[in-house]
Design a protein around this ligand. Structure first.
Ligand SMILES: *Cc1c(COP(=O)(O)O)cnc(C)c1O
Length: 430
């Protein structure tokens, strides 16, 4: 198991942020999510440094959907990050946490009227407008509220990347954004002539997630810069901002070979400068929106092992006290993870087992065929890199309460979210 951030082994036991995993498990019970605060901070600082946030006025917006308790909103504010939200709920969390609204980008392919009204009332920095329905609604609401709203258009650039492959097509089969190939982007620009409450200042695209290859991002840069040029020449509209979205891949298992944040940022900036000079335009302000690569490796989950079931010549099932309710990714995308027993860190064997969750679904398997140390019921198991799309995608299936969340740093534990109680589970019932 790879050790991330502040993880270290002291006398065979795993410590994160200077705190022993067994102490966390006994104080907060299991399952529990543990976040290495220093690693989140370091990731933000790397992004801001190498994306030239101070130097060039570029912006790094954390994509909140990866993990957004108010703790994260406060931390992102301290680290001078911007924030992406995609729903009224995320917007409300940011607002209530005191996150500066001018640094919020409001995304989503079907914002409701209520959500658009909220965004306008709170004064979010940019609406990333996805479609004509939203554009009309936003103009109408801003007119009524006597406000002018800066917007980006989300476009479908014809580049689609998933993990190991990417395709460049005229691809218009996407629920997101204004397509270029069918002219919707240009129609949307035409439409702006009738409107005076929405002010187009940038374009945005997001080409996928968990992408390791830099090439699709570089192609995206080219498409976007050419569009800036075309938009100015054809329509006289100066787009000052280009938002390249998120999607940078991270390490889950040793099959994943992610690029360092530094290399990624430098490649993007270099390509932008090169392309802009070739086509003869000023370099716009850039935005990137990493979610996973800010928090994934910083989060881990601790479980207690219960039943161990050996089916001779077939498989050993090791069951934990959580599963698809706190980590849906293995069931949803066959995502891989690494694990260890927290107090047997130096005693790995070749014994292969399958780590199963406790839900009533055969698909509730966290990790298949993984080598671990000798395991006994009652041991504490850790799965690493569960920080992104773990808690934020968690559910109450089987009426299993959501785990607690804690942050650790410099030997101290900070509670972030308390564990749900059974009464919490019944709270909505009338
Ligand atoms: C999901 C999403 C992101 C973040 O993607 P990651 O893969 O977590 O980096 C950024 N921007 C938009 C618009 C998104 O939908």
């Amino acid at each position: 198991m790879k050790l991330h951030g502040s993880m270290e082994i002291r006398e065979n036991e795993l410590y994160i942020g200077g705190v022993g995993c067994r102490q966390i498990a006994s104080e907060y019970k299991t399952p529990v999510y543990v976040f290495d605060e220093q690693l989140i901070i370091d990731n933000c600082r790397e992004y801001r440094k190498y994306f030239k946030a101070e130097e060039n006025g570029n912006r790094v917006a954390y994509a909140g959907k990866a993990f957004l308790p108010s703790y994260m909103c406060r931390l992102m504010k301290e680290e001078k990050m911007c924030l992406d939200v995609v729903s009224g709920g995320e917007l409300y969390t940011a607002y209530k946490s005191g996150f500066p609204m001018e640094n919020v980008f409001f995304h989503g392919n079907n914002k409701t009227r209520e959500e658009v009204e909220m965004g306008v009332a709170y004064g979010v920095g940019k609406f990333v407008v996805d479609n004509f329905y939203e554009l009309d609604m936003l103009e109408e609401i801003c007119e009524r509220e006597n406000k002018v709203q800066e917007i980006y258009f989300r476009i479908t650039p014809g580049i689609e990347a998933h993990t190991h492959e990417y395709i460049k097509t005229g691809q218009i089969d996407s629920k997101f954004g204004f397509a270029l190939v069918n002219g919707d982007y240009y129609n949307a620009i035409e439409k702006l002539k009738e409107y005076d409450r929405v002010k187009l200042v940038g374009i945005h695209a997001h080409i996928g997630s968990q992408i390791f290859d830099i090439d699709p991002f570089l192609d995206e840069v080219d498409v976007m810069m050419n569009l800036v040029k075309e938009t100015k020449e054809k329509y006289g509209i100066e787009l000052t901002d280009v938002d390249l979205g998120g999607g940078i891949g991270v390490y889950y298992t040793d099959e994943d070979k992610p690029k360092a944040i530094k290399d990624f940022c430098e490649a993007i900036i270099e390509r932008t400068e090169k392309t802009c000079s070739e086509i003869g335009i000023d370099v716009p302000k850039l935005v990137i929106e990493p979610g996973r690569s800010v928090v994934a490796n910083a989060g881990s989950t601790l479980y207690t092992i219960g039943s161990i079931k050996e089916i001779k010549d077939v498989r050993v099932y090791v069951s934990v006290d959580g599963g698809m309710t706190d980590n849906i990714r293995p069931s949803l995308y066959h995502a891989g993870y690494e694990c260890s027993i927290v107090n047997k860190m130096n005693s790995n064997t070749d014994n292969k087992v399958t780590i199963a969750g406790k839900c009533c679904e055969s698909g509730d398997i966290l990790i298949s065929n993984v080598a671990v140390s000798e395991i006994e019921s009652g041991d504490t198991l850790i799965t690493t890199s569960t920080g992104a799309y773990g808690y934020s995608m968690s559910s109450n299936y089987n009426k299993i309460p959501k785990p607690a969340v804690v942050a650790v740093k410099d030997g101290k534990i900070t509670p972030v979210c308390r564990r749900q109680t059974f009464d919490d589970l019944m709270e909505l019932e009338l």
